[in-house]
Design a protein around this ligand. Structure first.
Ligand code: TGC
Ligand code: FAD
Length: 387
């Protein structure tokens, strides 16, 4: 019998196709060669490594699970593996790819006109245009149905006013998908960066996702032509369906962060000698490492099954909620325990668990907090919304 791979305990790689394995290996190489050497410095200096965008684009990772429009046309398991490998590097990079692909290209692809698709999708797949997604507002992100940003018809245009908060990529975006209340219900608009009345401001001094840009968006009577409205986006279900796409990627991504932390803790435990023996020889450390491995394995299985369901068009958004909740919690617990196993060294940025642990504080909050996902599952089970 071959020995067990500690990072693939249940041989899930055996159930990947050759193409899926190749995608994973290609992105893993990119992360090892190009991301890991720079990420500590980027995190420390609160800098998004924007110079990596052309390489990410040339690997075909932006909007990689869409067909046509210069997109790679990969399946959803491949997209998940891309997220997993990128987040093994840093949640900030996976966030960039999630927002560009799942939150901006997706609504244009699924709800846009042919003209909007031709104009934006190829340029976004090539990384020449960057997008952001404005749903959350300062008064509370968990309940987007109460958004205050509104759009009013004015002849053939719309006038949009309001503010959006905590928006990934905001300051570097050429286009913002802005969700606004109208007399006809919630609608989605493509707001372009040079439209008069539209401004952005970076949110600084974050202790989490420091290698990612987070911004506020301000809209002061911004005149947007009706041609920039997404005609297929009607009602709150439209932005929520985009969240399903991005949450799906997070379910995979955070497993990458957990693997990075577990790998570092496992290696360290074999060389840290205390009381005359490596700590890996003690029962408590073995139990903790086994528990990390168990949690990661369960998360990997959940992500893979979710991917197969998505590729079979059978995935329900409540399943995504359960997996987002489970896998973020797994990654957070593994990162914290790995940090502790490294002792004092674990508080330094040279050791990845503290960086991942801090990043995961955002990931467990954005795209629906843990509580919101528990309540979404609770609603499914009981038929009663307890939000
Ligand atoms: P509710 O009545 O549940 O839903 C309204 C309509 O939408 C449908 N729907 C969904 N459709 C697709 N996917 C989903 N996930 C959906 N959830 C609901 C639903 O069937 C209904 O359709 P219809 O036809 O019956 O009208 O709406 P509610 O107001 O009760 O909201 C429920 C709740 C709490 C679940 C929802 O508001 C929610 O998910 N809140 C969390 C908000 C959130 O996750 N925000 C994320 C902002 S974006 C972000 O964080 C990006 S971070 C990116 C990065 O950097 O990686
Ligand atoms: P709140 O909604 O105010 O929640 C506060 C607390 O109340 C939470 O613990 C929550 O779980 C709890 N709570 C809420 N409702 C209930 C209830 N009914 N019962 C019990 N407890 C409840 N948004 C975007 O639109 N686009 C982006 O690109 C984006 N990027 C982000 C990047 C980062 C780094 C971060 C941190 C956030 C980002 N967000 C983005 C915003 C994110 O989606 C919101 O922060 C999130 O939805 C939670 O909203 P909130 O922060 O306003 O918390």
């Amino acid at each position: 019998m071959e020995p067990i791979d500690p990072y693939d305990f249940f041989r899930l790689k055996d159930s990947l196709t050759d193409d899926e394995r190749q995608v994973q290996e290609t992105v893993a190489r990119f992360v090892d060669d190009r991301v890991l050497p720079v990420i500590d410095e980027a995190f420390e200096s609160h800098r998004f490594p924007q110079d990596l965008i052309p390489e990410i684009a040339s690997l075909g990772l932006l909007g990689c699970n869409y067909e046509g429009y210069d997109c790679a046309g990969l399946n959803n398991v491949c997209y998940g593996l891309v997220c997993q490998e990128l987040e093994r590097g840093d949640s900030g990079l996976r966030s960039f790819v999630s927002v560009q692909g799942s939150l901006v290209m997706y609504p244009i692809y699924a709800m846009g006109t042919e003209e909007q698709k031709q104009r934006w999708l190829p340029a976004m797949a090539r990384g020449e245009k960057i997008g952001c997604f404005g749903l959350t507002e300062p008064d509370g992100g968990s309940d987007p149905g109460t958004m205050k940003t509104h759009a009013k018809r004015d002849g053939g245009d719309w006038l949009i006013s309001g503010a959006k908060m905590w928006i990934t990529n905001g300051c570097i975006a050429d286009v913002a998908v802005v969700w606004a209340e109208t007399d006809e219900g919630v609608r989605g608009f493509l707001v372009e960066k040079d439209m008069p009345g539209y401004t952005t401001r970076e949110i600084k001094r974050k202790m989490s996702l420091r290698a990612s840009i987070t911004s506020e968006l301000f809209l002061d009577n911004v005149r947007v032509p009706d041609a920039n409205r997404l005609p297929g986006a009607e009602g709150l279900g439209a932005p929520l369906s985009c969240l399903t796409q991005a949450r799906y990627g997070i379910c995979w991504g955070v497993i990458g962060a957990a693997i990075a932390c577990y790998q570092e803790a496992l290696d360290y435990s074999k060389v840290r000698v205390l009381f005359g023996k490596p700590i890996s020889h003690t029962q408590t450390v073995q139990r903790r490492l086994s528990d990390m491995s168990r949690r990661i394995t369960l998360g990997q299985m959940m992500a893979l099954q979710l991917g197969r369901l998505k590729d079979d068009k059978k995935m329900h958004h409540t399943q995504v909620s359960m997996a987002k909740w489970n896998n973020c919690r797994t990654a957070m617990d593994v990162a914290r325990d790995a940090r502790d196993l490294l002792g004092a060294s674990g508080i330094c940025v040279e050791c990845c668990p503290i960086r991942h642990m801090l990043n995961l504080e955002s990931v467990i909050t954005y795209e629906g907090t843990e509580t919101i996902h528990e309540l979404i599952v609770g609603r499914e089970l009981t038929g009663h919304a307890a939000f």
